[in-house]
Design a protein around this ligand. Sequence first.
Ligand code: PLP
Length: 467
Amino acid sequence: MMKYISTRGNAPELNFEEVLLTGLADDGGLYVPKDVPQFSQAEIESWRDLPYAELAHKIILPFVEGCVDSADLKKILDEVYASFDHKAVAPLQQLDHNEYVLELFHGPTLAFKDFALQTLGRLLDYVLERRHEKVVIMGATSGDTGSAAIEGTKTCRNVDIFILHPHNKVSAVQRRQMTTVEGDNIYNIAIEGNFDQAQDMIKASFADKSFLKGERKLVAVNSINWARIMSQIVYYFYSSLNLGGPLRPMAYSVPTGNFGDIFAGYMAKKMGLPIEQLIIATNSNDVLHRLMSKNQYEVHELLHTITPSMDIAVSSNFERLLFDLYDRDGQALAELMTRMNAKTDVVALAEDKLAKARELFDSYACDEDTTVATMQEVYAESGYMLDPHTAIGVKAARTVRRNNSIPMITLGTAHPVKFEEAVQRAGFDVPALPHHLKDLMERAERLDVLPADLAAVQKFVAEKTFK
Ligand SMILES: *Cc1c(COP(=O)(O)O)cnc(C)c1O
């Protein structure tokens, strides 16, 4: 049975089920698998003709073994990927010779987060049913995560989900993707305040859960949950197999915020997939690019950009990489993280650790004008409309690519229809909503507007949970 350990070396080992129901480890660290499953080239090669859901089963099973029965996992994954609106699930779009976009936006909410959250919701319900428990999910969102989490849990019988968003500060499409979902376990709370205030209320609720009267677990669905990373490993294998891997290596460029998606690529490589290059592509919130290029880790003020899903001040999953760079020495990492989180001075990595990071990753930071120019450039070349997050990935790929004879795959993290402001700035007409969302703007909305007041929010959550 797979065991999970904390990056800070001072929390109990957990099994998959426990990790699924836990956010941060008790010592403040993140959980990672104790041993990474390894696949041989021959084994990977034998999966070439598998449809997406079957490939996902091969890759995810070792992470959940002992907690989720193989046949049940199969059923869950079949159901998840049947909800996508493209038969290939994650199709490749060619931009140029040896250059591709991996379209990860064919799920219910049109962004890659569906891959993880559709699976996470069903796995949660599966283990809760067995434990005869119910949980509460709370999260704050400025866009993609909230809708994907709501869609992923709407059929869960054992989960009540409360998603906070800043009132009138989320685009109409993004808001409606949350507020029009039907389900009596779903609560959309519009906070009369900004995203940071909403986020602070979530943090405070996790820090002191007494408002839940000790009767319900509070579960986090942000990208520190291991089950999300696990699901994202699959599409690296899938895209590689489609382009002749593992017999030839691939390169990936990943629009990065919290470092969850690209960490999944790093995992794929550790598991045996030949990956020649991994590019960390960021917007002007470039804490990782500054670290990689100058060895200076310094947290700056958050900037609000036209790529809101990559707007982060700190990249929480980067800790999982640092754990490996520091040879899985939890003590050393705990000290390093204390310095990094203090935000008082500029932290540098040890030279040999930085060298290892640079061997594994390249990085690039893209400003808004360059993002828009890239959307225009690609449209002019091939008539293909990129969403702004994906455009950052494409620009990074074209700028820091190591080897032109290796296929370069940029992860297409969202559909352009979700990001109207950027699309209009690039001079395009906003594309039509995909078929399953055609009537989104006419559907009835359900939301509760609450003041930016912790007591009011917690009272609301408690009332709805224990009604
Ligand atoms: C969440 C998100 C990202 C960033 O992914 P991380 O795993 O946080 O690095 C990039 N693009 C889009 C569209 C997203 O929704």
